[in-house]
Design a protein around this ligand. Structure first.
Ligand code: FAD
Length: 427
């Protein structure tokens, strides 16, 4: 039919959104089911996908790395992935001459060690990850449509999809991986509980003279955390780190809107000069920050994935890790249904997906929000309490595991085990 895509197959998964979680789900499904399952990724920004991620780097926790290894992606991105071997946390004011480190954890016996032989996370440059996911997905027959899904309507055993270029198609299951402001979530009438932080997240790549030694820093400053995260060597000064710098929204323009020299001076005040001379290699770019969670992770023949389902503060670098865990869990539920000859868009399949993710997500959202509230202020009694608290944190493996991404991002709490892909196992 003219103006219409081929429809009618009984097993078709349509994924709206070609971000890292959406692409990971597409690849996992197609690898597991081959031609038995049509998988199409719709995204109007597909041709700019890698570009959109240029200069961004994400902390990918051990579960995410195991998943990407199982999907055959890790070997491809290993050249752009720096292991985080150690992390140090300090709590101070900008004017403090020294920043005592309250909490360290790494592989040197000073704190909790990650799972046997594994760094607790890697800093991965996102454009390489996206490129690799796109290439691997194409190679296994994932279809790509560089258009948005404008409207979706479930009817019986299928979902009718209206595309932004006027065509129509259908799917057994629609996955909304269309980001925090998901139109598909809204159109399905799924509520969103959340609020904006009066802060922005500034990200940049910083070149420095001395090697970082795989150590990450999180400086809790009164306006918000300032994280320094190790990247693979390169750039004009041979060594690089990524910064994630949280500032009050009202101050951002003054801090990064002026000359490059002024911005660098502000970065140096926070970064310190332990790693020698600094240069800005990439960025800075500022991103609004919010906390939010969909009232449900599913609708009729609809599953929400990644930021479309939840958005958290980047204080512990876990937003994408939650999205990867969503993809692993949804791929597992769809696979189990297909193996039993069941409808992968059926209500009980989606309910199981939701159950496997809801608790984890809620726990991570609550903890990151709590940490941000506790640390992003300069009220003396609170400072004293939290400095005592950091000593306690050092003895609390539960809270430490938030920072190393093993707390909930990779564990399906309701099942007591992480999804198979996050354990590095096949679907
Ligand atoms: C400052 C900052 C630092 C962060 N650092 C980390 C970190 O270190 N580690 C970590 O785990 N997480 C981190 N995060 C979180 C991480 O960036 C997000 O969780 C992740 O990028 C979300 O991916 P997504 O694909 O769900 O959404 P997005 O990346 O927003 O992608 C949504 C996609 O959907 C497409 N789309 C939109 N509408 C439609 C439509 N109607 N039809 C089809 N497609 C559509 C868009 O074009 C886009 O490609 C950070 C976040 C911030 C703000």
């Amino acid at each position: 039919m003219s103006g219409s895509m081929q429809g009618g197959a009984s097993r078709k998964v349509a994924i709206a959104g070609g971000g890292i979680p959406g692409l990971s789900l597409a690849l996992a499904l197609r690898q597991a089911h081959g031609d038995a399952l049509d998988v199409t990724v719709f995204d109007p920004g597909l041709d700019r996908a890698a570009l959109r991620h240029r200069g961004r780097a994400f902390a990918v926790a051990a579960g995410g790395r195991r998943m990407l290894t199982r999907l055959g992606i890790w070997a491809d991105v290993a050249h752009a992935a720096e292991p985080i071997l150690d992390m140090a946390i300090s709590d101070s004011r900008l004017s403090d001459p020294v920043r005592p480190v309250f909490l360290t954890f790494g592989q040197d016996g000073t704190g909790e060690t990650p799972p046997a032989g594994e760094p607790f996370a890697h800093m991965v440059e996102a454009e390489f990850l996206v490129d690799s996911l796109l290439a691997a997905s194409r190679a296994v027959g994932v279809a790509f449509e560089p258009v948005g899904i404008r409207h979706a309507q479930a009817s019986g055993r299928s979902m009718a999809l209206a595309l932004s270029d006027g065509r129509e198609t259908d799917a057994t299951l629609l996955v909304a991986a269309d980001g925090a402001r998901s139109r598909l979530r809204e159109a399905a009438g799924i509520g969103w509980v959340g609020r904006s932080y009066p802060q922005m997240g500034i990200v940049a790549t910083i070149g420095h003279e001395r090697p970082h030694g795989g150590r990450a820093f999180e400086h809790f400053l009164p306006s918000g955390p300032f994280a320094i995260l190790p990247l693979v060597d390169g750039g004009v000064l041979s060594h690089r780190s990524s910064i994630v710098w949280t500032e009050r929204e009202a101050d951002v323009e003054a801090l990064i809107g002026g000359s490059r020299e002024d911005t660098l001076t502000e970065i140096e005040r926070r970064f310190g000069l332990n790693l020698g001379r600094l240069v800005i290699e990439d960025g800075p770019s500022a991103h609004p920050l919010s906390l939010g969670m969909a009232r449900s992770f599913r609708g009729e023949r609809l599953a929400l994935l990644g930021d479309a389902a939840h958005v958290i503060h980047p204080i512990a670098g876990q937003g994408l890790n939650l999205g990867l865990a969503d993809a692993a869990s949804l791929a597992e539920e769809i696979t189990e249904a297909l193996r039993l000859g069941l409808d992968p868009g059926a209500k009980d399949v989606l309910q199981r997906y939701e159950r496997s993710r809801r608790f984890d997500t809620f726990a991570m959202a609550a903890v990151t929000d709590g940490l941000n509230r506790l640390f992003s202020n300069d009220i003396l009694p609170i400072r004293l309490m939290r400095d005592l608290g950091l000593g306690l944190v050092d003895r609390m493996p539960g809270l430490k595991s938030v920072f190393i991404g093993e707390a909930s991002a990779s564990r399906g709490a309701s099942r007591g085990a992480s999804p198979r892909l996050m354990r590095g196992e096949a679907l």
